[in-house]
Unconditional design. Structure first.
Length: 131
């Protein structure tokens, strides 16, 4: 078994993770148009500010695919597949993800996406791989 352990308080900017990018992709266009410049202004480095302002292309890709997948975004060697959850009244954007070693997630990306989608449609009916 492999375990990823981070120090308490470890965090990442919203736009630096596939979960964050999937959440951003689920936002209304007007909200996103106001939010991205604010996220860019919060960054110290010009390269990070440019990266934030370049996100709309990635967010469109996530929306079109119906899920986000990212590798080495926050931690080298780590990958994740993420699906936005349906909007619920009175709640902000939500998502669910499967993450692990990049070399284990990447070849299973499409299967993990299907598994997440199926679980959202029929909670509890999906058997974990290998069971």
């Amino acid at each position: 078994p492999v375990a990823l352990q981070l120090e308490p308080g470890t965090g990442a900017r919203l736009w630096r993770t596939v979960v964050g990018r999937t959440l951003l992709a689920s936002l209304d266009a007007a909200v996103l148009a106001a939010l991205l410049p604010a996220l860019a202004r919060a960054e110290r480095s010009p390269a990070d500010r440019r990266a934030v302002l370049a996100l709309p292309r990635e967010l469109r890709r996530i929306r079109a695919a119906g899920y986000g997948a990212g590798y080495d975004l926050f931690l080298t060697g780590v990958g994740a597949v993420c699906v936005a959850l349906p909007a619920a009244a009175g709640q902000g954007p939500r998502a669910v993800a499967v993450a692990g070693l990049r070399d284990r997630i990447r070849p299973r990306e499409a299967a993990l996406h299907r598994l997440l989608r199926r679980e959202l449609r029929e909670p509890g009916r999906v058997s974990p791989p290998g069971s």
